[in-house]
Design a protein. Structure first.
Length: 354
């Protein structure tokens, strides 16, 4: 058999096994991918398969307009020597799922010596390769080599080269687009593979913070930071520490402190209050002194639950503070960080940013 339609993810078969089988069989010298979205785990998986198949040159063109393709995937592709282009100028989404193997790329015809074509529904994501119900057509002896090469060429030409500067701008855009997406949508879109299970804003045994390369939003582009209220200090003002990356977010968005370390922040009751803060360079901790008059401070002291949430509005430059009680709004904030990999833990509580 040289070509066939195939459903994967329905009866034990996976797109990963289909993809890997054909790459190992054909071993194309070059490989091109035109896909809507690329996740971090999807990139790592495909790279390992292409390396196993001894593919020499790889080109990738993908959508960035929707803010779904993972910045770490694009960074990994660039660092691996892939030629990467991105599409953000179409009226709609750049949405193909085209994978082709050939003897060589050709700037005039797309490719020469086309040996493998796979087209169908899977994106480069954990779900697409492992669990989603996907429909694919593959051919190891394509009859319409000319049209397949043209489809690849048209996809490649609509993209613009990804540079380090363009990637940095995309990281900011990606953070903004995902700031208010529901955690379940982050998984459905393939931005995250899954959401770790935790107990409110408390650490759970066996759940470890993500590695640096797994964090979708760096502190340098984030505008939200939060920390659990399971522990704090201060007899008068509530003194809460935001560890590590969450503290770096606040240090950046708060700016240079005044002489007394005070900053005006809008609270949940829409009243502006003076908070005080200090960043400790020696341990990377950011301490925020919360006025007792801020809503729910007395409740937090008594119950030691919920989270403290700080957000910077980049358009107005306003800062907002809220104590978020246990419930769905708090779960959404915490799970958003869990899905994006932008969280950490101390012995008593979780913290995060995005």
């Amino acid at each position: 058999m040289t070509s066939s339609f195939a459903m994967t993810g329905l009866a034990g078969s996976t797109y990963k096994s289909l993809f890997r089988r054909h790459i190992k069989k054909v071993k194309p010298p070059v490989f091109g991918m035109a896909v809507a979205y690329v996740s971090a785990s999807g990139f790592n998986l495909v790279k390992s398969i292409l390396d196993e198949g001894e593919v020499g040159e790889v080109r990738l063109v993908t959508d960035t307009k929707d803010g779904v393709t993972h910045p770490k995937a694009l960074q990994g592709a660039m660092e691996s020597g892939w030629n990467v282009r991105v599409v953000d100028s179409l009226p709609g989404t750049f949405h193909p799922k085209l994978y082709i193997g050939a003897a060589a790329f050709d700037n005039a015809t797309g490719v020469s010596g086309l040996s493998l074509a796979i087209v169908g529904s899977p994106n480069l994501s954990h779900g697409g390769f492992h669990s989603n119900g996907e429909c694919t057509f593959w051919s190891t002896a394509p009859h319409s080599r000319g049209s397949a090469a043209r489809a690849w060429l048209e996809s490649w030409n609509v993209g613009t080269p990804l540079t380090k500067a363009k990637l940095k701008e995309y990281e900011k855009y990606f953070a903004v687009r995902n700031r208010n997406r529901q955690p379940a949508d982050l998984v459905a879109l393939g931005i995250a593979d899954a959401i770790p299970k935790i107990d409110g804003a408390k650490p759970k045994k066996g759940v470890s913070p993500p590695k640096t390369e797994e964090k979708a939003v760096s502190e340098s582009v984030a505008s939200v930071a939060w920390a659990g209220l399971q522990s704090f200090t201060g007899e008068y003002n509530l003194q809460l520490e935001f560890p590590k990356e969450a503290g770096l977010v606040l240090r950046r968005v708060f700016g240079k402190p005044s002489k007394d370390g005070s900053v005006d922040i809008i609270c949940a009751d829409l009243e502006t209050r003076k908070f005080k803060y200090k960043y400790y360079d020696h341990n990377g901790m950011f301490r925020l002194n919360i006025p007792n008059s801020a809503p729910l401070v007395d409740w937090a002291r008594l119950n030691k639950k919920g989270i403290a949430y700080v957000e910077h509005d980049e358009e107005t430059d306003d800062l907002y503070f809220e104590i978020v009680l246990p419930g769905q709004p708090m779960v959404d904030i915490v799970d958003r960080s869990l899905a994006l990999g932008t969280w950490g833990r101390t012995t008593t509580r979780l913290y995060g940013w995005y």
